[in-house]
Design a protein around this ligand. Structure first.
Ligand SMILES: Cc1ncc(COP(=O)(O)O)c(C=O)c1O
Length: 393
């Protein structure tokens, strides 16, 4: 057999997806599992959004759509970015509609990354950020984001990681898996650092609307930031639309022109009826109220875990209170056990599905990710079971 693409030897299959597959197999065999591994909202997509998609299909929007995305949807994205983030984008030239946030990230990286460029990525972070950079033949340099600093890299760590080949910083706030985001002052400093060193910043803000108290500032919302920032976002998490596969990239025009070529040569376009539904979801005021209720639901569950943690007072399972997204990155380092083993044991012995922290990088070892996009009952029983298991070790 002729040789395969060697880059794939450098990456592993997604541990979240393989954990999900295992759990589904266990469920199919009749086992009762508290599934807290998958970052997928337990809320349904708002029914009014479904109606718009049905009507669009019935009206004949079942053929190809423009590869840049309908102008109506690009305008809706621009409205959202101005309304929620205070950043102005030109819908004609600076926005591209994509097949979800993951595809927006792919197009962003493909548009700017050359083989052998250095890419700085905090550790821990969502595995795709590093995997994609590797697939595109970049050199991934992880920047430690330790629990002791609320999972935000110490600023010196960025300086230490910088080389003559550094081209891109990848950020994801609020973060998967930690739910953390830095202060506005920190982001301003990072933007200054990027400017001084002529770096791009790719900012994955798919959890940008999911915050509990203080609102995170968009990485693009700083003077002069837009010219070096590529914003990745989607409707998946904030509108409970993970299965619709619709997102967007907002970036300088030259980047968008590359990304369009990459999109045309990979997916052609996003389905037109889905684009119609997305434009409605982003701008309709009743839908914004529904998403605010979802956010309140995640906050209630976050507070529930915090309350339980105070009640149970476990020395073995420590929490670091997340500020957004829908995850807890639980600290079980005192057990001195690989996080993969911990997750396997908790699944087998207590029937709770989780993701090992090592899936997010070396710094994630000793942690496990608990997703709170599940019912209050599941979140409570899941957390109690994790503590019960840990206390027995
Ligand atoms: C940080 C982060 N970015 C992007 C995505 C992908 O989102 P989408 O469903 O919009 O492709 C995820 C999904 O889990 C994520 O956690």
């Amino acid at each position: 057999m002729q040789r395969l693409n060697l880059q794939f030897e450098l990456i592993r299959q997604s541990p979240t997806v393989s954990m999900g597959d295992r759990i589904m197999a266990l469920q199919a065999s009749g086992k009762n599992i508290v599934a807290l591994q998958m970052g997928d909202p337990d809320f349904g997509t708002p029914p009014a959004v479904l109606d718009v998609a049905f009507k669009a299909m019935q009206s004949g929007l079942t053929h190809y759509a423009p590869s840049r995305g309908f102008l109506e949807l690009r305008k809706a994205v621009a409205t959202k970015l101005l309304r929620d983030e205070g950043v102005e984008y030109n819908p004609e030239t600076e926005i591209l509609i994509t097949h979800g946030g993951i595809h927006a990230y792919y197009l962003a990286m493909q548009s700017i990354l050359n083989p052998d460029d250095d890419v700085l990525i905090p550790d821990p972070s969502w595995a795709t950020h590093a995997n994609m950079a590797t697939m595109l033949r970049g050199n991934v340099i992880r920047v430690p984001a330790p629990a002791e600093n609320n999972f935000i890299p110490y600023f010196e760590a960025w300086q230490k990681a910088l080389t003559a080949k550094t081209k891109i910083i990848v950020l994801n706030y609020p973060s998967n898996p930690t739910g953390m985001f830095p202060s506005k002052e920190y982001l301003q400093k990072l933007q200054d650092f990027a400017k001084e060193n002529n770096l791009w910043i790719v900012a994955d803000e798919v959890y940008g609307s999911l915050f509990f108290d203080e609102k995170p500032t968009s990485v693009a919302a700083f003077d002069g930031a837009k010219e070096r920032t590529l914003l990745v976002n989607s409707l998946s998490k904030s509108y409970a639309m993970t299965g619709w596969r619709v997102g967007y990239l907002a970036a300088p025009q030259a980047v968008i022109e590359n990304a369009i070529k990459a999109g045309q040569n990979s997916i052609t376009c996003v389905a037109p009826f889905i684009q119609k539904a997305a434009a409605f979801a982003l701008t309709d005021s009743a839908i914004q109220e529904e998403t605010a209720k979802m956010r309140a639901g995640y906050k209630r569950r976050r507070d529930l875990v915090i309350r339980l943690s105070h009640e149970l007072e476990s020395e073995k399972v420590k929490i670091i209170e997340p500020k957004g997204a829908f995850y807890f990155f639980l600290d079980l380092r005192s057990l001195n056990m690989p996080s993969v083993e911990m997750c396997e044991k908790i699944l087998e012995e207590y029937g709770v599905g989780l993701v090992p922290g090592s899936a997010f990088g070396k710094e994630g070892e000793g942690f496990i990710r608990l997703c709170i996009a599940a019912s209050d009952e599941d979140v409570e029983s899941g957390f109690r079971k994790i503590v019960a298991w840990a206390e027995k070790q």
